[in-house]
Design a protein around this ligand. Structure first.
Ligand SMILES: [Cu+2]
Length: 136
């Protein structure tokens, strides 16, 4: 009698153990698939373009938040040439990678945010016009 119960218990342990081994095997694959799908979604979400316009000595919006990987597009909607650069005026040493060069009326400057950083910028030809970019 006792031997039969022992054999029965061993059988149950083996069955339960086998069930959990069988169940746990497909799970890591599912998790990996879920993670890669989430990363793909993040990449898709980051590929956005934010637009800042310049007219009447004002950048609109004056402060803009973007994520790493996003593109910023500056459009000169004014009637005169502008040059967008990081502060401080006139040396632009705080973020030299952000520098539009000369932008005629209607011209655009595209900048891709590659790192988390805050950039204070201005129109070099009219330094009282300024704005702020926060890359998160
Ligand atoms: Cu300047």
């Amino acid at each position: 009698m006792n031997k039969n119960i022992a054999v029965f218990l061993v059988l149950i342990v083996v069955l339960i153990g086998g069930y959990f081994i069988f169940r746990s095997n497909p799970n890591p694959d599912l998790t990996a698939t879920d993670n890669s799908m989430m990363e793909n979604d993040k990449t898709t979400m980051m590929a956005e373009t934010a637009t800042v316009t310049y007219a009447d000595d004002v950048f609109t919006p004056s402060e803009i938040k973007v994520k790493v990987g996003d593109k910023l597009k500056f459009v000169n909607n004014g009637t005169s040439e502008i040059e967008i650069a990081s502060g401080p005026h006139p040396t632009h040493t705080s973020y030299p990678a952000f520098e539009s060069g000369s932008l005629a009326p209607g011209a655009t400057y595209e900048f891709t945010a590659t790192e988390k950083v805050t950039i204070m910028y201005h129109n070099h030809l009219n330094a009282k016009a300024f704005g702020k970019i926060v890359v998160e």
